[in-house]
Write a protein that binds this ligand. Structure first.
Ligand code: NDP
Length: 506
C-alpha cells in the first residue's frame, strides 16, 4: 500500500470557537516574567522566546530567554532561602500546611492551568484536566510527609548516643518535558519541598506558561520568597547552566534519554545527585484470550493518547497470531472513531496536534522512514488537515524488530504491529528494546498476567488497562535506558534527603 504525501489534506479539525472565548489572556499575548527570589523579572539579557498555539498556529505570549546569569541569580536566591529561618526552621506541620495550600490553589485554578497547557502545547483538555486533578492530589500526598521524616536511634556502646537525622539536600534543580508540564512537575516539586529543600524550576522552552502562572499562585501562599524560583529559557542555555551550577545539590530531570545521559555527565563534575525519567518504546501485548474489543480501545489509547507524546506510550503492539486479523479490524475501528484528531479545547478530544512544528517535522520524517524501511501503512501515515500540527493516527505492520521505527521513540501517534506465538515468545519480544518504562498486558488468564508482570522489564506494568498513574503513592520510573531512580511514594523522599549520623559521648 502506498502512503499519501505528508502534505495531503484530510479533514481539518474545526477550531472550538466557543471554548476559545475563555482562554486566559495570560497565555494569549504579552511578555511574561520569570520568578526569582520573590520578584518578577525579565531575562538579564532582555531576550524572549516565542510560543505558538499548535492548533491555530497563532503566536502566543512570550517568555524570557533566561541563561546562565539568570540561573545564577535564581540559585543564589534559593541558597539564601535554604538557610533562612523562615524555611530552614519551619516546623514540619507548618511545611505540610503550605503543601496543602499549594494543593488548594492548584485545585481552585485547575481549569485555568489545564487550559493554558492545552493552548500552549496542544494536549487535549481531557488530559490536562486529569494532570491538574492529579497535581493537587500529589501535593496533598506529600503534605503528610514532613511530619514523618524520622531519623533513627542506632544501638551502640552504652556510653554513646548514636542517631541519624534526615536532612534536605539544599538547592534542587528541576528540568522537565513539554509533553505534560503540570503532569511531570508535581512529582518532583512536592517531595523536594516536603523534605525541606529549595528549588529552581526550568520548564521546557515551548511549554513554560503554566509554570509561570503556577508561580503566581504559589506567591499567594505562605511559601517564603526564594524557596521556589522559575527560570525559563532554552535547555542548552538555562538548563545546562542549572545542571552545571556548583551550588545545586540535585537535578530531577524528565526528558529524552540522550539529554538525560548528557545531564548525568554534566552533573558528575560537581557530584550532584540525579534522578532521570526518560523515554520509552513500551509494549502492548494482546493474548488471544483477552476481551479483544476492550483491548483494542486500550491499545489505541496506549499509542494515540496525547498524540503519542507520552513517555509511557505503548507503541510496539504484539498480538497473538491466532487473533491477529480480528484484532487489527477492532483496532482500526477504535482508531477511526474515538481517536480522530480534534482541537485540544473541544470536549471529548483524545488526540490533539503535535506540540510544535519541530515535533511535527520529526514525526513526519519517521513516517517517511517507515515506508523507506519497508513497513506497510495499515491506516494513517499522513498529515491530518491543512492547519495545525496534526498527524493522522497511524498503524504500521510488516515491520521487523531491527527497523528504526520499531526501535526508536517516535513520540507521535504511530504504532507498530507485530505477532507472537506463546508467553515465552511474548516475553522475549516485549523485552527486545533498550528501554523499560512501561508495558500493557491484555489477557483474561491470571497465570499469564502474573508471568508477564514478573518477566517484562519495565518500571510499570498495567494488566487490562493502560496509563493509570498513581497520585503520589506508587513508584514510577524506568528499567534499562528509561531512567534512574524512582518518583512517587516513600522511596522518592530518599532522593530528596540525606542521612546524617550523629554520635554523642555521654
Ligand atoms: P529534551 O530531553 O531535549 O528536553 C527535556 C528537558 O531538558 C527540557 O526542559 C529541555 O529544555 C531540557 N534540556 C535540553 N537540553 C538540555 C541540557 N543540555 N541541559 C539541561 N537541560 C536540557 O527533549 P525534547 O523536548 O527535545 O524532546 C525530544 C525527545 O525527547 C522527544 O521527542 C521524546 O522522544 C523525548 N521526551 C520524552 C519525555 C518523557 O516524558 N520521557 C519528555 C520530553 C521529551 P528545552 O525544552 O528548553 O530545550
Amino acid at each position: 500500500m502506498s502512503v499519501q504525501p505528508l502534505d495531503a489534506v484530510a479533514t481539518t479539525p474545526p477550531i472550538a470557537e466557543e471554548a476559545r472565548r475563555d482562554v486566559p489572556e495570560f497565555v494569549l499575548s504579552g511578555d511574561r516574567r520569570m520568578w526569582i527570589g520573590g520578584e518578577w523579572v525579565a531575562a538579564a539579557s532582555g531576550r524572549t522566546l516565542p510560543n505558538t498555539d499548535p492548533v491555530t498556529e497563532h503566536p502566543l505570549a512570550t517568555v524570557p530567554r533566561g541563561d546562565a546569569a539568570d540561573v545564577d541569580a535564581a540559585v543564589r536566591a534559593a541558597k539564601k532561602a535554604f538557610t533562612d529561618p523562615s524555611w530552614a526552621e519551619m516546623t514540619p506541620d507548618r511545611r505540610g500546611r503550605i503543601l496543602n495550600q499549594i494543593a488548594d490553589v492548584i485545585e481552585r485554578h485547575a481549569e485555568e492551568l489545564a487550559t493554558i497547557d492545552s493552548v500552549n502545547m496542544g494536549a487535549p483538555r481531557l488530559i490536562t484536566r486529569t494532570m491538574l486533578a492529579e497535581a493537587g492530589e500529589v501535593f496533598r500526598y506529600y503534605a503528610g510527609w514532613p511530619t514523618k521524616l524520622f531519623g533513627t536511634q542506632v544501638p551502640t556502646r552504652g556510653d554513646r548516643l548514636a542517631y541519624t537525622r534526615k536532612e534536605p539536600l539544599g538547592v534542587v534543580g528541576v528540568i522537565w518535558g513539554w509533553n505534560g508540564p503540570m503532569g511531570q512537575l508535581p512529582g518532583k516539586l512536592a517531595p523536594a519541598l516536603a523534605a525541606g529543600n529549595t528549588v529552581v524550576l526550568k520548564p521546557a522552552e515551548t511549554a513554560s506558561l503554566s509554570t509561570l502562572r503556577l508561580a503566581e499562585l504559589l506567591a499567594s501562599t505562605d511559601l517564603p520568597d526564594g524557596v521556589v524560583n522559575v527560570v525559563t529559557g532554552r535547555g542548552d542555555e538555562a538548563g545546562q547552566a542549572l545542571v552545571a551550577h556548583p551550588d545545586v545539590a540535585k537535578i530531577a530531570f524528565t526528558g529524552s534519554t540522550t539529554t538525560g545521559k548528557h545531564v548525568q555527565k554534566t552533573a558528575t563534575e560537581t557530584l550532584k545527585q540525579v534522578t532521570l525519567e526518560l523515554g520509552g518504546k513500551s509494549p502492548s501485548v494482546v493474548f488471544a484470550d483477552a476481551d479483544l474489543e476492550r483491548a483494542a480501545r486500550g491499545v489505541a489509547a496506549g499509542f494515540l493518547g496525547n498524540a503519542g507524546q507520552a513517555c509511557v506510550s505503548t507503541t510496539r503492539i504484539f498480538v497473538q497470531e491466532s487473533v491477529r486479523d480480528e484484532f487489527v479490524e477492532l483496532l482500526k475501528q477504535a482508531m477511526t472513531t474515538v481517536f480522530t484528531p480534534a482541537d485540544s479545547l473541544s470536549s471529548g478530544t483524545v488526540v490533539g496536534p503535535l506540540s510544535t512544528r519541530a515535533q511535527f517535522d520529526r514525526v513526519s520524517s519517521y513516517l517517511e522512514l517507515a515506508v523507506e524501511e519497508g513497513a506497510n501503512v495499515v491506516t494513517g501515515g499522513t498529515r491530518y488537515g491543512d492547519r495545525g500540527y496534526f498527524i493522522a493516527p497511524t498503524l504500521l505492520d510488516d515491520v521487523t524488530p531491527d527497523m528504526r521505527v520499531v526501535r526508536e521513540e517516535i513520540f507521535g501517534p504511530v504504532g507498530a504491529l507485530m505477532t507472537f506465538t506463546d508467553v515465552d515468545d511474548a516475553i522475549a519480544k516485549a523485552n527486545d528494546t533498550e528501554y523499560g518504562l512501561a508495558a500493557s498486558i491484555w489477557t483474561t488468564d491470571l497465570t499469564t498476567a502474573h508471568r508477564m508482570a514478573a518477566a517484562v522489564q519495565a518500571g510499570t506494568v498495567w494488566v487490562n488497562t493502560w496509563g493509570e498513574m498513581s497520585t503520589g503513592n506508587l513508584p514510577f520510573g524506568g528499567y534499562k535506558q528509561s531512567g534512574l531512580g524512582r518518583e512517587g511514594g516513600l522511596e522518592v523522599l530518599d532522593a530528596y534527603t540525606q542521612s546524617k549520623a550523629v554520635v554523642v559521648a555521654l
